[in-house]
Design a protein around this ligand. Structure first.
Ligand code: NDP
Length: 505
């Protein structure tokens, strides 16, 4: 593990200065609630701080929305739906979405640096997020006109089946891909003809607020509303508001269950994209170099803060030593450092709380007999002392029912298992509550397909990982969620079906 060569290593002060300068250039102008096309203070006042996880400094104080603010935003969204948005043709909505995509792209550099400040992800990865966000709007702009409906004649009846928007939807997003998750939610909701109230995560509200500023002139008043605040206040008010006709949530499985329970009171439709503990299976025929590169990216991309992270490695006995040696070498070669630096591979985690969560799992792995092949601690470099850094870590020797194997750690921690019996390996690969994703690494297409079928998960990559393409549905089996994002199915999650049966007598 390296943190730049000594002569290049910036000091704590230099990192802090750079972050302050960047903040002065890219922070949004407004940190109030975005309701009815205006930035407004919460009814009860109040703010919360969002902190730069690299320096520990407060980036901004952001409005703390609560129940009455959520109610106000929901009313504004209904007003916009009734007065303007429901009258927009699919073609007109398509133009709006395309303009949003263009605008995001034009601001790629600025949005990426803002995301890096607020979340800690390396700026090179933040740019991928921003391009992905623009791509979401472009994709849903492309399919928004594909709404032909159906007709049927049956005797003296003429039936029409049409899809209609819900009206107002509530959307709650997490902190690991703040802008990207905002776009995964907003783009299909708007394409399908809904107005929305979006609640970003308390750790990372800034890119959603900047997006609100950027689209203010593009989207009619009240169509998009952003209520910042705490999950237990603003989030839970959104899930229990009876005028919200559909809820879409991304986050932990524990909170997803609460959202579903809350939605049950008003029989509100819910889609959930929740946690994961995904297996990556390496067969012995594959080049070690290829396996190492894929496994490294599967677990360490975005500091392991990915719901689909490949966090359990099942490597065949015949190549296990070589693959693990390669992974240890790759970890030792990882540049941990200031995420604003283009050369940084691994930035800080999003918050101190998330560091503690990860190190608690590392402690429990130690207690339960895990052998640490590399990592296992916080880096002790002086220049990283202000940040929420955790070393990339490989752990072998844990029982498969150990806490660190079963729980979503959401950090740069890979648990490793060797295998030689395929059936036993698949049983273990599926022996978790989650079923979001998986990876298979082999050049044997028959094996690859069989294993992809055998893994209980909503998305399986063969010889790649994290490659999410608009058009290919993404979502979970088991406790990883309900519903699919990124695809035409997603539009259907934001519409309801109406049948019109006309008597021809
Ligand atoms: P949460 O599930 O708590 O946060 C996700 C979103 O839900 C945030 O906007 C949060 O708001 C909101 N929220 C929290 N409580 C409620 C509630 N009662 N009603 C409605 N909304 C609510 O995740 P955490 O930030 O607590 O992270 C904990 C763990 O969850 C992580 O370590 C990781 O394992 C997992 N996680 C999984 C994600 C995924 O993509 N699958 C994403 C994020 C986390 P606020 O942040 O303001 O509290």
């Amino acid at each position: 593990m390296s943190s730049q060569s000594d002569s290049d290593t910036p000091t704590r002060t230099a990192i802090r200065d750079r972050h302050r300068e960047t903040a002065a250039a890219v922070l949004p102008e407004h940190t109030d609630l975005y309701v009815g096309g205006e930035f407004v203070t919460p009814d009860a006042g109040g703010t919360f701080d969002t902190v730069d996880p690299t320096t520990g400094e407060v980036l901004a104080s952001v409005a703390r929305g609560r129940e009455s603010d959520v109610d106000r935003a929901v009313d504004a969204a209904w007003d916009a739906f009734e007065k303007t948005w429901s009258g927009y043709s699919a073609g007109r909505r398509q133009r709006v979405l395309t303009t949003i995509a263009d605008t995001i792209e034009e601001h790629t550099d600025e949005l990426a640096r803002l995301e890096t400040l607020d979340n800690g992800k390396p700026v090179s990865e933040a740019k991928i997020d921003v391009r992905g966000a623009a791509e979401q709007f472009r994709y849903f702009a492309g399919i928004v006109r594909e709404n032909p409906g159906e007709t049927m004649t049956a005797g003296s009846r003429y039936g029409q089946v049409v899809s209609e928007p819900y009206g107002v939807v509530g959307q709650i997003i997490p902190w690991n891909f703040p802008l990207l998750m905002a776009s995964w939610k907003l783009a299909p909701a708007l394409a399908a003809g809904n107005c929305t109230v979006l609640k970003p995560a308390e750790q990372t509200p800034l890119s959603a607020l900047r997006l609100a500023e950027l689209i203010d002139d593009i989207v009619p008043t009240g169509v998009v509303n952003v209520v910042t605040g705490y999950g237990e206040e603003a989030g839970s008010a959104l899930t229990s508001n009876p005028d919200v006709r559909k809820l879409a949530f991304t986050g932990s499985t524990a909170v997803g269950k609460q959202v579903m329970k809350s939605a049950a009171d008003s029989v509100t439709d819910v889609t959930l994209e929740l946690g994961g503990k995904s297996p990556v299976v390496v067969f012995p025929d594959v080049s070690v170099r290829k396996a190492v590169a894929l496994v490294e990216s599967a677990i360490f991309y975005n500091t392991g803060e990915c719901c689909e992270a490949g966090s359990r490695l099942f490597v065949h006995d015949d190549v296990a030593d070589e693959v693990l040696d390669g992974l240890i070498a790759a970890v030792e070669d990882t540049t941990i450092g200031d995420p604003l630096d283009e050369a940084t591979d691994l930035g800080p985690k999003v918050s101190r709380e998330q560091v503690e969560r990860t190190t608690d799992y590392l402690d429990s792995a130690r207690e339960q007999g895990g052998q640490f092949l590399v990592g296992g601690d916080r880096p002790d470099d002086e220049h990283l002392a202000d940040g929420c850094f955790v070393e990339p870590t490989l752990i072998e020797g844990l029982a498969h029912d150990a806490d660190a194997v079963q729980a979503e750690i959401f950090g740069p921690v890979l648990t490793v298992f060797r295998w030689d019996d395929y059936d036993e390996m698949i049983d273990l690969a599926n022996d978790v509550d989650y079923g979001l994703a998986g990876g298979v690494i082999t050049d044997d297409i028959t094996r690859a397909n069989r294993t992809a079928r055998d893994i209980e998960a909503g998305y399986v990559w063969i010889n790649s990982y994290h490659d999410l393409v608009p058009g290919l549905p993404f979502g979970g089996y088991k406790q990883s969620g309900i519903g699919r994002e990124l695809s035409a199915d997603t539009l259907d999650h934001y519409r309801q079906t109406k049948t019109i049966n006309l008597s021809l007598r």
